[in-house]
Design a binder for this molecule. Structure first.
Ligand SMILES: [Zn+2]
Length: 307
C-alpha cells in the first residue's frame, strides 16, 4: 500500500488560537479536516505519526501554509535546498532511517521485513538501474508504505554536464514512478558529492537534496562489525537526525544484522521513527508554532497606528 493511500483511522487536532496579549486559548477537538484546511495545518499520515497525534499543534489564524497532498512531498521551505537533518526541539525524539543504493535482491527484502515487524516507515534512496533490475522489490518498498528518493541512475561521482545530470536524475524519477507509483521529491547525491552538477540540477528541479547527520558506517570499505554499526548509530542519535544505511551496493548482511538492535536501542532511548518528509513536516509544524506563539502586535501598539 503506497503512502498516500494510508488512511488515518482517526484525526485529532488541538488548535490554539492566540488573540492579542490576553492569549485567549480555545482548544477544539475536531474529527474533520475543516479547521486544518482553514488554518493550513497538515497532519501527518501513517501509523508512525500516531504517537505524534497527542502533540499540541498550535497555529495562529494568520499562518497559512500550502496543502501537502502526498506524504512523500516535502514542505515548501525545504524544496530546492540541501538538508542534513531536521532541527527539532530537544524533547522531540523523532528520527528517520534511510537506506541507499537499493533495491537489492536479498538485503532489501530482509530490511523490509524488519521494518514491518517494528512498525517503522523509512526512506529508500534508489538507484534507477537497480529499479530496472529489481522492479518487484522496488514496488514492495512502496507498497509497504515507505518513501522512495532518487539516487541517480548510475551512482556516478564524477563531474557531469547539465544533460548528463538531467538524464541521471530524470530517468531515475521516471522509472521509480512507472514501477512504484511514487513521485520522488527527495534526491540524495551519490557519495554525498554536492559539486559535480547533480545537486545543482536537483535543486533547480525543486528536489530536497537530502544529506544525513549520522552514518552507521555500513558502506565503508572495511565495514565495521555489527556491534560497531549499532554503536555508531546509538551514540550520535538526536532529535531530527537522519541515519544513513545501505540496502544495496554490495553485501549488506551486516546492516541487516545490526538493524533490529539499532531499532531496539533507539526505542529504548525514547525515539519514534518517521520518513524524511514526515521529519521535515514536524520541523515545519514546530516553526509555525513558534510563529503563532510570538506576541501579537495589537492595534494600539502598531507603529503605523496614528491614533
Ligand atoms: Zn549511494
Amino acid at each position: 500500500m503506497s503512502s498516500h493511500k494510508l488512511a488515518l483511522s482517526y484525526k485529532v487536532a488541538i488548535i490554539t488560537l492566540l488573540t492579542g496579549v490576553s492569549s485567549l486559548s480555545i482548544s477544539l477537538l475536531v474529527g474533520t479536516t475543516r479547521f486544518d484546511h482553514l488554518l493550513g495545518i497538515q497532519r501527518l499520515k501513517g501509523e508512525n505519526t500516531r504517537a505524534g497525534l497527542g502533540r499540541v499543534m498550535s497555529a495562529s489564524a494568520q499562518v497559512v501554509s500550502p496543502a501537502i497532498n502526498q506524504m512523500n512531498e516535502v514542505p515548501k521551505p525545504f524544496q530546492g535546498t540541501i538538508v542534513y537533518q531536521a532541527k527539532l526541539k530537544a524533547n522531540e525524539k523523532v528520527i528517520a532511517l534511510s537506506f541507499d543504493d537499493g533495491p537489492g535482491p536479498k538485503n532489501t527484502a530482509q530490511i523490509l521485513e524488519i521494518l514491518k515487524t517494528n512498525h517503522i516507515k523509512a526512506t529508500f534512496f534508489m538507484i534507477g538501474e537497480m529499479v530496472k533490475y529489481f522492479p518487484k522489490i522496488a514496488k514492495q518498498v512502496a507498497d509497504d508504505g515507505h518513501v522512495i528518493g532518487n539516487h541517480t541512475w548510475h551512482h556516478w561521482y564524477r563531474n557531469m554536464d547539465l544533460a548528463t545530470a538531467a538524464s541521471e536524475i530524470d530517468r531515475t524519477a521516471e522509472i521509480i514512478y512507472k514501477t512504484t507509483g511514487e513521485k520522488t521529491t527527495l534526491f540524495r547525491p551519490p557519495g554525498g558529492f554536492l559539486n559535480n552538477g547533480l545537486a545543482e540540477y536537483a535543486k533547480n528541479k525543486k528536489y530536497a537534496v537530502m544529506m544525513w547527520s549520522e552514518e552507521s558506517g555500513d558502506a565503508e570499505r572495511r565495514s565495521p562489525q555489527v556491534p560497531m554499526l549499532v554503536k555508531n548509530v546509538l551514540k550520535y542519535a538526536k532529535p531530527g537526525a537522519i541515519v544513513l544505511m545501505h540496502d544495496g551496493g554490495g553485501n549488506r548482511s551486516r546492516s541487516v544484522k545490526a538493524l533490529p538492535e539499532m531499532i531496539a536501542g533507539l526505542k529504548a532511548q525514547g525515539y519514534r521513527f518517521v520518513t524524511i518528509p514526515q521529519l521535515l513536516e514536524i520541523q515545519a509544524q514546530e516553526q509555525s508554532v513558534v510563529m503563532a506563539a510570538s506576541p501579537t502586535v495589537t492595534k494600539d501598539e502598531h507603529p503605523n497606528n496614528q491614533l
